[in-house]
Design a protein around this ligand. Structure first.
Ligand SMILES: Cc1cc2nc3c(=O)[nH]c(=O)nc-3n(C[C@H](O)[C@H](O)[C@H](O)COP(=O)(O)OP(=O)(O)OC[C@H]3O[C@@H](n4cnc5c(N)ncnc54)[C@H](O)[C@@H]3O)c2cc1C
Length: 493
């Protein structure tokens, strides 16, 4: 580990990795520490949408929506392997919002941010359109619009990878436990799992600890209690497919919230709730009341009846929101807030934010850091994320090319690998000339070869890093397969 750096980033979620990436690209020496796994907390527990946030128009957050809408096209281009367009169907419920209001909101959504490849919104006759087929009768009118979805955990890892390509050190399972602030620099104590504490010096500390940002700010500034943050829990459930087709649904509820029903391979991902939270965010899980709430929301719209027994997996995350004084959890701003304290050696704290706007947040952080360092202007065209430079015109033709070249590997498995690694498949599969070169097959398309690649190239240290974050194969594996993989992984360490 480096002993002296320009910037220490605390937190390996999307915001920490995004800032570390841009700081390293700007030529700063960067060390990122994450006490668990990359994306181990909020950043792998999102709804996975790269979206403008249609409902933020109601709270008049036009700057946030404009910025987020524009980021959709940017991220599609930077990471075409893990970011994809997604068509949303909005069944109209006249008792909640009048159709003219939705139409006006969608027109604004179409025009507020840069939109090049994404389709504009449309009116739909759900009585006739196939998108209406899974819905209960009575939803005659509806709308469609396009946003994007992303593999959230992989977006984090790709930023960490790119940061390390530009020279940053990424240390997982390493916690910042103490910080002494000097006039010009910091002396910070770091504890790596199972190792003796070490100290390092840095010029700036970036506090990107998500729900723990209040604690880190207090630790760094010597405060007796954490800086207060608004913590809001959100839960998701995963159920077997409710319908065929790759469209998503956005359901309006009579408590003025919305719930998304998203295609998720052979499943649907349904979320989210908004519940004020206090306690240890590391142990959150979806509770029975939230699961029942999500089932009821779906049952108000879909013909297929959902019960809690249908749920095959659930997860919860905690949003750390900038407290704007709003009473209702669902209405607290999702915008980010950066606090730059340069009273002595600088501390930059990140509060709030969205997966979608991580890059914009990182660019704003860099502008603040230019008060301390002489930094170049960011390039007009940012470099694509690792795996995003494709040898063919698009992902579809790259997948076709891979399956042709490596026809001895099941095509579905190759398509999944390409969806995770993009053109880094060339590295992952270099020299593979027969099925046996992939080693053990653990199920759900996970092979020994990829697991070893994730360990050597992507900081995977525990079996669950591979099963639930670098890949989502854990979802499609049986309990016995997961156990077999875990035993193999632990024995191979
Ligand atoms: C339910 C839910 C749904 C969401 N859906 C969407 C969506 O669809 N689209 C969207 O754009 N956004 C969405 N978001 C928001 C988005 O997920 C978050 O804004 C984002 O993940 C926050 O990232 P972060 O890096 O700030 O925090 P985190 O991902 O929580 O990362 C902080 C990290 O800091 C580490 N850490 C803490 N203390 C220390 C320490 N002392 N030393 C070292 N490391 C430490 C933690 O282990 C953690 O990994 C959603 C959020 C939630 C909760």
């Amino acid at each position: 580990m480096l002993k002296e750096v320009d910037v220490l980033v605390v937190g390996g979620g999307i915001n920490g990795c995004g800032i570390a990436n841009l700081a390293a690209q700007a030529g700063l020496s960067v060390l990122l520490v994450e006490r668990g796994d990359l994306a181990g907390q909020t950043s792998s527990r999102s709804s996975k949408l790269v979206h403008g946030g249609l409902r933020y128009l109601e709270t008049r957050e036009f700057r946030l929506v404009r910025e987020a809408l524009a980021e959709r096209e940017v991220l599609l281009s930077l990471a075409p392997h893990i970011v994809h367009p997604l068509t949303f169907v909005l069944p109209h419920n006249p008792s909640l919002r009048p159709a003219w209001m939705i139409r006006a909101g969608l027109m604004l959504y179409d025009h507020l941010g840069r939109r090049e490849s994404l389709a504009p919104s449309r009116r739909l006759n759900l009585g006739r359109h196939p998108f209406g087929e899974p819905l209960k009768s009575g939803f005659g009118r509806g709308f469609s619009y396009t946003d994007c979805w992303a593999d959230d955990a992989r977006l984090v890892v790709l930023n960490a990878l790119q940061a390390s390509e530009y020279g940053a050190s990424i240390c997982t399972r390493t916690q910042m436990t103490a910080a002494e602030r000097g006039r010009d620099d910091w002396c910070v104590t770091l504890e790596r799992q199972g190792k003796a504490p070490t100290t390092i010096r840095c010029r700036v500390v970036i506090n990107a600890a998500g729900p723990w940002a209040g604690e880190i700010a207090a630790l760094a500034m010597g405060l007796a209690s954490p800086v207060p943050l608004r913590l809001v829990k959100g839960s998701h459930i995963v159920v077997p497919r409710l319908y065929a087709g790759e469209q998503a649904y956005i359901l309006q509820l009579d408590d003025s919230r919305i719930v998304f029903v998203l295609p998720y391979g052979a499943y649907n991902l349904i979320g989210t709730t908004d519940v004020d939270f206090s306690g240890d965010a590391r142990t959150v899980s979806a509770d029975a009341a939230e699961i029942a709430y999500l089932c009821t929301a779906v049952n108000g719209y879909f013909k297929r009846r959902l019960t809690p027994e249908d749920v095959v997996w659930s997860y919860a995350g905690v949003r750390s929101l900038y407290d704007d004084g709003t009473v209702e959890a669902a209405r607290v701003t999702r915008d980010y807030h950066l606090k730059y304290d340069a009273a002595a050696a600088p501390l930059l704290s990140v509060y709030g934010g969205k997966l979608t706007t991580y890059r914009r947040l990182a660019l704003s952080a860099l502008r603040l850091l230019s008060q301390r360092f002489d930094l170049p202007l960011p390039p007009d065209a940012p470099p694509k994320l690792p795996g995003g430079v494709l040898p063919t015109a698009d992902m579809a033709s790259y997948m076709a090319d891979l399956t042709r070249r490596l026809s001895f590997i099941p095509a579905a498995d190759l398509v999944e690998m390409a969806g995770r690694h993009g053109s880094r498949c060339e590295l992952l599969l270099a020299g593979v000339s027969s099925r046996s070169d992939l080693g053990l097959a653990f199920g759900a398309g996970l092979y020994q070869r990829e697991a070893e690649f994730l360990r050597s190239e992507e900081w995977a240290t525990e079996a669950e890093d591979v099963l639930w974050r670098r890949t989502k194969c854990g979802l499609r594996m049986s309990a016995a397969q997961r156990e077999q993989f875990t035993n193999w992984w632990n024995a191979a360490v």
